[in-house]
Design a protein around this ligand. Structure first.
Ligand code: NAD
Ligand code: DAU
Length: 353
């Protein structure tokens, strides 16, 4: 079996669903169920014995030791993290605790378990760390996209905490020989995306008749990848990646935020026209910029294509249309995640808007 951490979050849940759609190999899913973790993402696995859920923290070393000894996974895929840049600006502590201290404890527990495995199992064991393009910092408008050789220049508390975990993973390979793999991926979008992030926030706010907040001039660029393409990249890296290597994963799909928001408004205008006949784009509101806002991210994903034969399958047009449709078809999921804690976050983040 494989141990997946953070498998009740956006990408982790998509990964668990995708994994079990492609394999019969069971998944042990360890998740702390923070505000971002949602077991309803995995409702379709309720009667599936291949999925075992454990409520717990990657920073809980005794729990990790117990789980590793009991379930004997052949691989660990680490998604567990605090993931929202704006939250890291308001309160970095949780980011340090989970993304740095938690990653360290997980690495140590896994190292202890892995060192005691018989030689054949030790050789094929893998620890795959899921990371982000944000560790590379920001790009000038015409600068080449991030390769795996780009310097680490993280700019936010979130990206600094992820960069720290990447360095720990690298060091555990270099010093102890732990067979690690690291993936640095660009912005994901798709089903189960928590509506604090740009794309789901815009869909949900548009339908609720609320402002669509654009930070600053909205010309910041992100490289968007449909989440199931990220899942297939992780499966491929786990299957064929070379221990100790990192792989950049991206969609070859750079878009300015304002263009994304206008595109979503256009899709909603067709699929769920406003009662007053106006476009949803009338709800676009420019608000104060994010402090230290990175201007542009772009991934050069040639290494994973060249060495492992992976490339994204979804176009942005098809992926964003599927995503908007998913949110239209799942109002109960949206209502369920919009708990009191979610409303408190919106009030804190957008109070001046
Ligand atoms: P998310 O915030 O939606 O989910 C994170 C999950 O981790 C949640 O289920 C949460 O409950 C769990 N978690 C948090 N702290 C934990 C802890 N201490 N122990 C156990 N579980 C804990 O995040 P996401 O967007 O799904 O991102 C998953 C991973 O992918 C993160 O490591 C993130 O840095 C990385 N990543 C995300 C993106 C993106 O666009 N969302 C892009 C590249 C990389
Ligand atoms: O690049 C990968 C990263 O992508 C991941 O590592 C992070 O976990 C993930 O959250 C995401 O980070 P971003 O900061 O790029 O994503 P977010 O959806 O928060 O914002 C996308 C862009 O939209 C960014 O330039 C900020 C802007 N934005 C965001 C929000 C929430 C707005 O203009 N208005 C908003 O209300």
């Amino acid at each position: 079996m494989i141990l997946v951490t953070g498998g009740a979050g956006f990408i982790g849940a998509n990964f668990v669903l995708d994994w079990l759609a492609h394999h019969d190999e069971p998944v042990l899913n360890l998740d702390k169920l923070t505000y971002a973790g949602n077991l309803h993402n995995l409702d379709s696995l309720a009667d599936d014995a291949r999925h075992v859920f454990v409520h717990g923290d990657i920073g809980d070393r005794p729990l990790l030791e117990h789980l590793l000894a009991e379930h004997q996974p052949r691989a660990v895929v680490n998604f567990a993290a605090e993931s929202h840049v704006d939250r890291s600006i308001h309160g970095p502590e949780d980011f340090i605790q989970t993304n740095v201290v938690g990653a360290f404890r997980l690495l140590e527990a896994v190292r202890q378990y892995w060192s005691a495995l018989p030689a054949t199992e030790r050789g094929v064991f893998r620890f795959l760390h899921v990371s982000t393009d944000e560790v590379y910092g920001t790009l000038a408008p015409k600068a080449p996209a991030f390769t795996e050789a780009h310097n680490y220049e993280p700019n936010s508390p979130y990206s600094a905490s992820k960069a720290a975990s990447d360095h720990l993973v690298r060091a555990w390979h270099h010093t102890y020989g732990l067979p690690v793999l690291t993936t640095n991926c660009s912005n994901n979008y798709g089903p189960y995306h928590f509506p604090e992030k740009l794309i789901p926030l815009v869909i949900v706010n548009a339908l609720a008749g609320k402002p669509l907040p654009i930070y600053g001039d909205g010309r910041q660029v992100r490289d968007w990848l449909y989440v199931r393409d990220h899942c297939s990249a992780i499966r491929r890296v786990l299957e064929a990646g070379k221990a100790g290597e990192t792989y950049n994963v991206g969609g070859w799909n750079e878009q300015a935020n304002i263009d994304i928001v206008r595109l979503i408004c256009g899709l909603l205008d067709e699929l769920r026209p406003r009662a007053d006949g106006q476009s949803y784009s009338a709800q676009i509101t420019h608000v104060q910029d994010r402090p230290g806002h990175d201007r542009r991210y772009a991934i050069d994903a040639r290494k994973i294509e060249r060495e492992l034969g992976w490339k994204p399958q979804e176009t942005f047009e098809s992926g964003i249309a599927k995503t908007v449709q998913w949110y239209l078809e799942h109002p109960e999921w949206v209502a369920q995640v919009q708990s009191g804690a979610y409303r408190e976050w919106l009030a804190k983040q957008y109070e001046a808007a």
